[in-house]
Design a protein around this ligand. Structure first.
Ligand code: ATP
Ligand code: MG
Length: 455
């Protein structure tokens, strides 16, 4: 029987906790930290009054039981959550917590230690992969990397994964934002719930509203059956808002209200429905700059960015390049029916020097090219696409001989046109990839191409 230590409760939570798997957990209420003994599976702190009052208790409990997860239940706002997690709490929930939510958090946190062992095993498996380049890898599920920058991301995931805190992921296209969102979900207290992703940049405004918030039958012409919407569908799980910068202002207001009340009213309905979701947002834009330009609401911005994970571009973590290359080679060998036995060192050097504007996604595409081009299982320089073999930089930065061209003033329009042409060339005219790499919508790309007479 494993023990759940309950501190500061008036009897209310004890009754609620008692309903959770009585065969596995015994609840022991205590009045002060000094009464605690043994090593419980979980500590629940019922924190009455403002959060500031319970902070010292959190610190005291973590000092006494550093390895035992601590769940705080008490009034708090997002800023308090950050502080509580910073002080060592695994999570802090606002009362009243419905039975099902409490069960999910308790079971997941109490079993967390066992789960961590599983995670270790996963990492070990990755470490023993045959390819010597991968031996040094540290990974988090499918999410791998060995640079200090990516290890910091692992540590951040580890820190917030069990909490219900909103997480904001920022990074260039192809740096792994969606993968981080999924990893967070799969290792969170909500992992048994749904993972619902929605790309705010890919759906027109009027559809986005009903996609997110749902509607009742007859709410508008064509609404011939009720629809839950992604937020309600994500209840008990994770809602991933991709390209959140593209959320229209009207929906920003609605999202803010949802985050404040945690309730959704479907279009055409008069009844608000309570929803428990962990919100993860991602963007490749500078959302702060958008706030300054009045394109994004400041109040919503501060709600979203409580905990930010920055994914550095690949060119700023070049140590990861050989690792990714080897990893994806190995992963994709089978589907191409080739077996790579050797990678020439020059190849790795060229890859490390290439700027990777499309980041990890671009490495995956390159690996497919290499697997098709390699002969007799050996990756030579010839198996690389020409743009990787050539010296890098934009055409204006280099002359034919490869030396930097003398500086001359240019207009923003000139630079923009040049960037569009270079990126189009790089992605072989693929509009979607080009727009993504440039950080603009596809419609904007078409418009700009027309105005610069690029075809
Ligand atoms: N650290 C990593 N380990 C393993 N695979 C990764 C890693 N980072 C990215 N990937 C892979 O690279 C590809 C691109 O990642 P993902 O789709 O998450 O990027 P993104 O930041 O969401 O890009 P975009 O902004 O274009 O949507 C995916 O196939 C993903 O699995
Ligand atoms: Mg993405």
């Amino acid at each position: 029987m494993r023990e759940i230590l309950l501190l500061g409760d008036d009897g209310h939570l004890a009754a609620q906790l008692g309903k959770i798997d009585g065969a596995r957990f015994a609840v022991r209420p205590i009045a002060t930290v000094d009464e605690a003994s043994g090593v419980p599976a979980l500590i629940v702190l019922a924190a009455a009054g403002p959060f500031s009052a319970s902070r010292s208790l959190i610190t005291a409990l973590k000092k006494r039981f550093p390895a035992v997860p601590l769940l705080v239940i008490g009034p708090c706002d997002d800023a308090d959550k950050v502080k509580a997690i910073g002080a060592g709490a695994a999570d802090i929930l606002r009362p009243p917590v419905p039975d099902t939510d409490l069960r999910r958090h308790v079971v997941s946190l109490a079993d967390g230690i066992e789960r961590e062992h599983e995670m270790d095993d996963l990492i070990k498996q990755k470490n023993c992969l045959k390819c010597p380049l991968i031996r040094e890898t540290h990974g988090y599920g499918r999410f791998i990397g060995s640079s200090p920058a990516i290890k910091k991301v692992f540590a951040q995931i580890e820190k917030v994964r069990k909490s219900s805190l909103n997480v904001f992921i920022h990074g260039e296209s192809g740096t792994g934002k969606e993968l981080v969102a999924r990893t967070l979900h799969e290792s969170s207290a909500h992992r048994d719930g749904p993972f619902m992703a929605i790309n705010c940049g890919a759906i027109p405004e009027h559809l986005l509203e009903s996609e997110l918030f749902g509607y009742e039958k007859g709410a508008f012409t064509g609404a011939d059956r009720p629809y839950n919407g992604k937020i309600i569908d994500a209840d008990g799980g994770t809602l991933f808002l991709d390209e959140v910068s593209e959320l229209p202002l009207k929906l920003q207001v609605k999202l803010l209200r949802f985050l404040e009340e945690r309730k959704v009213t479907r279009l055409g309905s008069s009844r608000a429905q309570e929803v428990d979701v962990r919100l993860v947002c991602a963007t490749n834009k500078d959302l702060r700059a958008m706030v300054r330009g009045n394109l994004f609401r400041e109040d919503l911005y501060y709600r979203l960015v409580v905990y930010t994970i920055d994914l550095p571009p690949l060119r700023e973590r070049r140590e990861d390049i050989p690792l990714f290359f080897a990893h994806f080679l190995q992963e994709r060998e089978e589907r191409h029916e080739v077996h790579i036995t050797r990678i020439e060192p020059e190849v790795v050097e060229l890859l490390k020097n290439y700027p990777w504007p499309g980041n990890v996604r671009e490495i995956i595409n390159l690996v497919d090219h290499v697997l098709v081009s390699a002969e007799e299982g050996i990756v030579t320089v010839d198996a690389l696409p020409p743009y990787v073999r050539e010296p890098h930089g934009t055409p204006a930065e280099r002359t034919e001989a490869g030396a930097p061209a003398p500086w001359r003033p240019r207009t923003i329009e000139e630079l923009e046109k040049e960037a569009i042409i270079a990126t189009l060339r790089h992605f072989n005219g693929n509009m979607a990839e080009t727009a993504r790499a440039l950080g603009i919508g596809r419609a904007t790309l078409y418009r700009k191409m027309a105005s610069y007479h690029i075809d």
